[in-house]
Design a protein around this ligand. Structure first.
Ligand code: PMP
Length: 448
């Protein structure tokens, strides 16, 4: 719905504007270029639409102040890590109290069982373990599942992302699995043990499960990393029935869909996976992740460990479940991941999603908006995509980047990857209006 020349012109003007408005960020970027590879502490930090990284002075609630003293309303929220706002007071207080009493000991404290109890109650799964990141949690879960089932194969949905877990970097290209070309330094053929089908395709799922060698299906309940792909009505109940009929397990990665409610999308929709993975906002912004197993799966995993020779299991890292992380999770679970907090998030996000739809309609663009609790996304297609291939076909990086940078120059930030927005408990109606006004202005420039 938008001419490429207009996208180029907007991007060019916005890049020039950004460069003049952010001299302190530019100076820090120049300094960082000397000793930081790619000029940033993590190379993805260059994936923003900005010509050089925006450097942060402080972040609090829904706002971020950059080193040039400009305040931005943050709808990226650390790509979900800060879904409960930056430095939520409950977590900050818990961290301050714990920091004076030890940071890491490789031994549990009182918070350990309290956190596991809260998780069991919220997610309906009785047995838990911890990791530092959702990537690690997924890696460990995969290992447990293969050990517990004695089956080698992982099944994923096309276009998925579950963190830097090599096994999932397999796409469906012309109906055939192909290792993602962007994956660096992997010397093994992952297609030998990873099978991939389209989301919402029950026949393909059944066919992929039929050989009886699938340990688990690892899936987000709603795909959120290739734009948003919602499950069709009835998809998950039927998929779960198929997965179990073929002796496989279902692992739901709720790292992003925790935006749905205090027990994730599965709990909100009455689905019962065998395992759940959580990360990002679980510690209110601290590096924390957790995974929960059903009693049956946990028993099989524990039996596999007991039956294995003594030595390294390949599961765990030294700092996982450290005292500080456990204190952060306890505070976040108790104070932030609660029904009243979520009710506010969902109402605000619905307001945002409706507002985006109205702006898009005003400019007569063939774009759609999907919402999953506290997160929503606009996509460059008239109807919500039904699978990863359709979602990928609707992506347009040049257009995304032009919009993102134009919004940022107008004081609002959205996630650099595709068009995702999150609200947090501190996001106000006025903040949402500000985003909608900026979006309206930018679409006006693009659509003419
Ligand atoms: N699972 C999902 C669904 C994700 O979206 C992500 C990150 N975007 C991860 C896992 C990995 O999280 P992290 O990068 O914090 O390890």
């Amino acid at each position: 719905g938008v001419a490429a020349a207009r996208v180029r012109a907007l991007a060019e003007a916005e890049r020039a504007h950004y460069a003049t408005q952010n001299p302190a960020s530019q100076a820090l970027a120049q300094r960082a270029a000397v000793h930081l590879m790619f000029g940033v502490p993590l190379h993805w930090m260059n994936d923003w639409a900005t010509p050089f990284p925006l450097h942060v002075a402080a972040a609090r609630g829904a706002r971020l102040t950059d080193v040039d003293g400009q305040e931005r309303i943050d709808f990226c929220l650390g790509d979900t890590g800060a879904m409960f706002g930056h430095s939520p007071p409950a977590v900050t207080a818990a961290l301050q109290a714990q920091a004076a009493r030890g940071l890491t000991t490789m031994l549990p404290g009182e918070d350990a069982s309290a956190v596991a109890e809260l998780l069991a109650e919220r997610f309906g799964l009785p047995r838990w373990q911890f990791a530092m990141t959702a990537s690690d949690a997924n890696r460990f879960v995969l290992r447990w599942l293969r050990a517990a089932t004695g089956r080698p194969v992982l099944l994923v949905f096309n276009g998925c992302y579950h963190g830097t877990v090599d096994d999932v970097f397999v796409d469906l290209v012309d109906g055939r699995p192909r290792q993602r070309a962007s994956l660096l330094g992997q010397v093994h053929d992952l297609t030998a043990t990873t099978r991939v089908v389209e989301f919402n395709d029950l026949d393909a799922l059944a066919a992929a499960l039929a050989p009886g060698d699938v340990a688990c299906v690892l899936a987000e309940p709603v795909m959120t990393n290739i734009g948003m792909v919602l499950p069709e009505p009835g998809f998950w109940p039927r998929a779960i029935e198929l997965i179990h009929r073929h002796g496989a397990k279902l692992v739901m990665d709720e790292t992003h869909t925790i935006s749905s409610g205090p027990g994730g999308y599965a709990r909100e929709h009455g689905l019962q996976p065998d395992a759940v993975v959580l990360g990002k906002p679980l510690g209110g912004g601290m590096p924390c992740a957790a995974y929960g197993f059903s009693a049956e799966l946990a028993a099989a995993a524990e039996a596999a460990k007991r039956a294995a020779p003594a030595g390294h299991s390949g599961i765990g890292t030294t700092l996982s479940a450290n005292l500080l992380a456990m204190a952060a999770m306890r505070a976040a679970l108790r104070e932030l991941m609660t029904p009243p907090v979520y009710a506010g998030l969902h109402a605000r996000c619905a307001r945002l999603a409706d507002g985006l739809r109205a702006v898009i309609a005003r400019h007569a663009l063939p774009w759609c908006v999907s919402q999953v609790g506290a997160r929503c996304e606009f996509q460059f297609c008239a109807m919500p995509p039904r699978n990863g291939s359709e979602a990928a076909a609707a992506m347009d990086e040049a257009l995304e980047q032009a919009i993102h940078l134009a919004l940022l120059n107008r004081g609002v930030m959205i996630t650099p990857f595709h068009n995702m927005m999150l609200v947090c408990p501190d996001t106000s109606d006025a903040d949402i209006d500000r985003l909608l006004a900026a979006f309206d202005e930018v679409l006006g420039l693009l659509a003419g």
